[in-house]
Write a protein that binds this ligand. Sequence first.
Ligand code: DGL
Length: 267
Amino acid sequence: MKQNQPIGIFDSGVGGLTVARVIKQLMPNESLIYFGDSKHLPYGDKSKEVIVEYVTQITNFLLSKDCKAIVVACNTATANALKEVKALAKTQKIPVFDVISPVAEKVAYNFSQNIGVIATKSTIASHIYKKSIQRLNKHIIVEELATPLLVPIIEDGFTHHPISEITLKTYLSKKKLKNIDSLILGCTHYPLIFSEVNNYYQNKIRIFDSPLIVANHVKQEIERMKLLTENTTPTYEFFVSDLTPTFKKLAKKFFGAHINLEMKMLS
Ligand code: DGL
């Protein structure tokens, strides 16, 4: 029965685990299959063609595992290859969710006038946040800033550290972001620096909790489509395309609990 099949979630690496973690909290009975493309990360400075190639392989893998829905838990993959994921999933009538449209919908109708977005170079270059928000509300000003140093800083463990502090200060003090009243953390790694960003702004602006917004949206849609599982004993499988000790440690940090990672090479 389709309802009892797992939800497939993927990212360029560990970042999407911040989304998987909240999906698990909100839908504790759902089985999950996660794929982190650790061999090819970061996606943030790769070309669209290459990202589409990697994402196509991952989608085919998740479809081969009979997933009932796919969550693209990577902003960069969403910005560059969502159309391709949807086309593949459509052949099996599988819904696809992404990490950008639910956030754009939320902010477009939420009192904000001047929104900042920080994300990888590739996500910012696509202007996907600006386009998605202004399509819904053309009066909102969207200021986008690429913050490429944040992913390596987070992955190397320099959070809550003078290095993350000075880097955030350098980025967030840019003129572009001077008048923002809200901020979107447009990369699935950034929830790990949520509190540091909040400290920088001293609670004066609203920072959207993207994983929560996305997980709530997925839950609502899964319910609406009558795809909620009847299982009471969910299974969890976590695959990565390259498995290193550093990656194991990072996975725990991002997911909030120890997980068993399996190496799976896609070709
Ligand atoms: N997790 C990815 C995202 O949300 C960024 C990491 C990468 O550059 O691969 O965009």
